[in-house]
Design a protein around this ligand. Structure first.
Ligand code: AMP
Ligand code: MG
Length: 345
């Protein structure tokens, strides 16, 4: 298959993307979180093509993207008052909500579940593509399953060239981490995946908000309610370890690991905040962003992991990034990328 790569600003590119989607094809497009790999969500065969292109396990359901509030009831049932309040405050935006599904949504889109995940993205290109494609677009992150999610069209091309019909290039994704997922099918809204919209922000709108126990104690063996959260995700090719402790102790420990690694001829990568990046002696140090600007850290995380893949480092050590609003989301992705390997110093 030949993958057409188009600038999203080219005249007619959105219309061409819509035509591909309407005939069951695959189009990757930018959203404000990460790049999505879109297919018609109401067509089980189109959805199946997403799983094939990504190598995604078939029990990992897709998020259905809509462009208009009035389309929600076509795919979701029993929409609670709390869900309406959250939609009014955070849509369009990086919030995904789980509802009971309607008969129009095939099980091929929901991984066999009777619930459906729905989001209305904010990105203008995303909204236009969804409308042009018929209004209901299933779109997981446009990466090969298990690799870091794509935050640029180049990342998408690295994984998907030759496997999908079209990539729309709309520049780098603004947030850089996937949406917050909240289960609205029970009485109390429950966070299944942390994201830009924090627990605090949700509480301000709907009061009590729980967090899936599987997220709080990730090594507890509790099964996550979002099936995708059980897989090793976002992983770079090299072994990644997170080093946690006081800033001085972390720098000291990572400098020791660099020295030990380089003595035996290993290439060592370091993921550091701008505040401490200059303190490392040796190694390939990548500055991920400023601790004081947590959005910059979120935006660069996946790109830095991909850069280390290209540099073929043997090991990567990362500082921890427990920032106020997005820290839960950043650390959730980083800990997964590290396969839970955390060194406390
Ligand atoms: P991605 O689109 O690649 O960011 O992945 C979508 C995430 O949403 C995965 O972790 C899925 O398990 C989760 N998800 C999608 N639909 C549902 C659902 N009906 N119930 C629970 N989690 C879901
Ligand atoms: Mg994904």
């Amino acid at each position: 298959m030949i993958t057409v790569i188009e600038n999203a600003e080219n005249p007619g590119s959105i219309r061409r993307a819509g035509e591909i989607l309407k005939r069951g094809g695959l189009v990757a497009f930018p959203t404000e979180t990460v790049y999505g790999l879109g297919a018609n969500a109401l067509d089980a065969e189109a959805a199946a093509r997403i799983y094939a292109a990504k190598g995604r396990p078939s029990d990992n359901p897709l998020i259905v993207h809509i462009a208009r509030m009035e389309d929600l009831s076509a795919v979701a049932r029993n929409i609670s008052h709390k869900a309406v309040l959250l939609a009014e405050r955070f849509w369009p935006g990086p919030l995904t909500m789980i509802f009971e599904k309607t008969a129009r949504v095939p099980y091929g889109t929901t991984g066999g579940l009777d619930t459906v995940a729905v989001r209305m993205p904010k990105d203008k290109v995303a909204l236009a593509v969804i409308e042009a494609g018929g209004g209901f677009i299933a779109a997981p992150s446009a990466n090969t399953s298990g690799r870091p999610s794509p935050t640029t069209a180049e990342h998408v091309a690295q994984d998907m060239n030759g496997r999908i019909d079209m990539i729309l290039d709309g520049g780098p994704a603004g947030i850089g981490l996937e949406s917050t997922i909240v289960d609205m099918s029970g009485e109390i809204p429950t966070i299944l995946r942390p994201g830009y919209i924090s627990r605090e922000m949700l509480r301000e709108t709907v009061g009590q908000v729980e967090v899936d126990q599987a997220l709080i104690r990730e090594d507890s063996g509790i099964r996550p309610k979002a099936p995708g959260m059980k897989y090793r995700h976002y992983a770079p090719k090299a072994e990644l370890k997170i080093v946690e402790g006081s800033p001085e102790a972390v720098v000291r420990a990572i400098n020791r690991y660099i020295e030990e690694g380089e003595k035996t001829g290993q290439k060592i990568g370091v993921i550091a905040g701008e505040e401490s990046a200059g303190l490392y002696k040796g190694g390939l140090v990548k500055t991920i962003g400023k601790r004081a600007d947590e959005l910059s850290i979120a935006r660069h995380l996946y790109g830095v992991l991909r850069e280390f893949d290209e540099l073929r480092v043997d090991r990567i050590y990362s500082e921890a990034f427990e920032t106020p609003q997005m820290g839960a989301a950043i650390m959730n992705r980083l800990v997964k990328a590290a396969g839970h390997q955390i060194i406390k110093v």
